[in-house]
Write a protein that binds this ligand. Sequence first.
Ligand code: NAD
Length: 365
Amino acid sequence: MTRLRLAVIGVGHLGQHHARILSEFPDVELVGVVDPNPEQAAAVSQRCRTRAYTSHEALLDCVDAVSVVTPTIYHHSVAAAFLRRGVPVLVEKPICRTVAEANELIDLAHLAGVPLQVGHIERFNPAFEELVRRPLTPLFIEAERHGPFTGRSTDIGAVLDLMIHDLDLLLSLVGSPVRAVHAVGSPVFGGHEDMVNARLEFDSGCVAHVTASRITVKPKRRLRVWAAEGYAGIDFVSRKLILVQQSEELRRYGLRLERMDAAARARLKDEIFGRYLETLYVDGDRKWDQLTAELRHFIDCIRTGSRPRVSGEDGRDALALAERILESVRNHRWDGSADGPSGPSRLPKPAGRLFELPRTQSEAA
Ligand code: NAD
């Protein structure tokens, strides 16, 4: 089998892992890594035994595909340059800054007849893969994505940085248009929203509460789904899935409390999980690493010509929903009045401090 010539454009925190993994695929030749920071490009190229470049232009005509892992503001210009040459592109999430830019990439990929994949990596999380294998009619979903402030991705806020992962998962799970969006958000360090909460209503009747924060000490990435078929809970960090469903007995006869004597009622607490509610735990932690799975999928799509699991259209739809959330965040009026504080940049003035720090010994001396 001929080896596909790949390059990684942008080898910072995440791109260096794209480069490492691609350099280890036997059917791939990593022909180069690109980063305007020459030390970073050199360090990663040495580790991956490939060449370093400081601009993607040098590689336009000598690659079969690229992975674009630059800051979001450059996704469009870099990805478009390769798609115009008919080169398949994997672009990190969010696909672009605007839906118009995303549509342009989609059109270029269609015109060239090549795959455009978007790096919504949680779709390759083993726990999520286990979930989507099963029939599920979501009624209510709660998604939480909290992490510490990293100082990276400061060109975007928490919606495009973190929440976009869950927006893509929700759209793929519910499969119905979103009819209403209500969201609030607040910056902590200035610039963009660092905390955000959105309530989404789908045409199907499903409701989702989605929260993202990039200033939380302990990382948390969870999805909980109440569905017609039962309950599903995913911990994306530990890659574990829990499924709960009604037993045949419960479905057929209900709980029939009125027929229970005192002894049967006393046993109920121990019998709820088991006799009435069946539980399945799926541990995906020992399964594949999702970045490897995502990159492998990209290579397979190039070879087979099949549509990527997370297509340009999927990336665009998640971005379009993110834009609606950001608009709702901007328009939120904190005191209800037309000229009062509104949105993330005009918050109500703090009424006071929550607490006073204890005086240090030196201050007290
Ligand atoms: P980073 O700042 O650590 O790395 C970005 C790198 O790109 C830097 O080394 C920078 O010098 C380089 N760069 C800047 N402009 C460039 C250009 N024009 N051409 C080539 N390289 C350029 O950021 P990061 O955390 O690695 O994030 C990169 C992208 O990956 C972002 O789009 C981010 O949203 C995405 N991301 C996705 C996930 C995920 O879970 N899928 C996680 C983290 C980051």
